[in-house]
Design a protein around this ligand. Structure first.
Ligand code: OAD
Length: 248
């Protein structure tokens, strides 16, 4: 694949970059996306049935064990060339914001430092009742374990359906999206709001929008540039072309 010369020209003068990533960026690390068919034990559930406060109240053990399964998947996963290329890209621009819907922490493990986690992080735990982050608790064998502070149930620090996104992160993401020269939308189906609004807000604010996704999304027809490729293929090629254009 080649990078459109006009995109390289725009990146050559760009100072402010914003990137939105979704589950597709971690697919090549073996982390299933949301809208893949689920494998194994959980084939019979949809994420919506497991990732809501109602589902947790109804069957806290089931939800806790689902996240425990996903935590092992994430713990065994490694950042892929797409994650690594984004960590390099961060160093090339004075302003760079990496907005992620992913809860796997793989961007940070790849070396990205400017990460805005919109949907939380699966490796963190918090109290269902108080909302406070909990880093250690007594292993009494309870599933889910109990909050050492109030005795309430513990849950993963991720955003569930029907829950609001963390305010500070959402504000930072909106500011980064409407104050950038180039906005990349990578590995997201662009259907889950409010995150899915960000590429359109960037477009309205006059940014150049680039989509990297092997499949079409609601953004595809509106983005100025489309790289219909896997992120782990397109991003290293883009980085190579960017570095070459900066040397010439
Ligand atoms: P989805 O599963 O909805 O979409 C993944 C997208 O990645 C699809 O458009 C795929 O075509 C694309 N894709 C797959 N493999 C790829 C690859 N190797 N490189 C690039 N793209 C690839 O995941 P998200 O858009 O992240 O929210 O889903 C958004 C939110 O919906 C999630 O954060 C989660 C979910 O419900 C919450 O749980 C709150």
């Amino acid at each position: 694949m080649t990078i459109p010369p006009e995109l390289l020209r725009r990146l050559a003068t760009a100072k402010r970059i914003a990137v939105l990533t979704g589950a597709g960026v971690s697919a090549e690390s073996g982390v299933p996306t949301f809208r893949d068919a689920q494998t194994g034990l959980w084939a019979k559930y949809t994420p919506e049935e497991l990732a809501t406060p109602r589902a947790f109240r109804r069957n806290p053990r089931l939800v806790w064990e689902w996240y425990a399964w996903r935590r092992t998947l994430v713990a065994d996963a490694k950042p892929n060339p797409g994650h690594l290329a984004l960590a390099q890209m961060e160093k090339l621009f004075p302003q760079f914001d990496l907005i992620t819907q992913n809860v796997d922490g793989l961007h940070q493990r790849a070396g990205s430092t400017r990460v805005i986690e919109l949907h939380g992080n699966i490796s963190r735990t918090k109290c269902f009742d108080e909302g406070a982050i909990v880093t250690s608790w007594e292993d009494t064998g309870d599933v889910p374990p109990k909050c050492p502070n109030c005795g309430g149930l513990l849950r993963p620090d991720v955003v569930w359906f029907e829950e609001p996104l963390p305010e500070t992160e959402m504000e930072r993401a909106a500011t980064a999206s409407t104050n950038c020269d180039v906005f990349f939308s990578i590995g997201t189906s662009t259907i889950v709001y409010p995150a899915a609004a960000l590429p359109f807000e960037a477009l309205c604010a006059g940014a150049t929008v680039v989509e990297i996704n092997p499949q079409p999304t609601p953004l595809t027809m509106l983005a100025q540039f489309n790289l219909p490729e896997a992120a782990g293929v397109a991003l290293p090629v883009l980085m190579k072309a960017l570095n070459a254009s900066r040397k010439s």
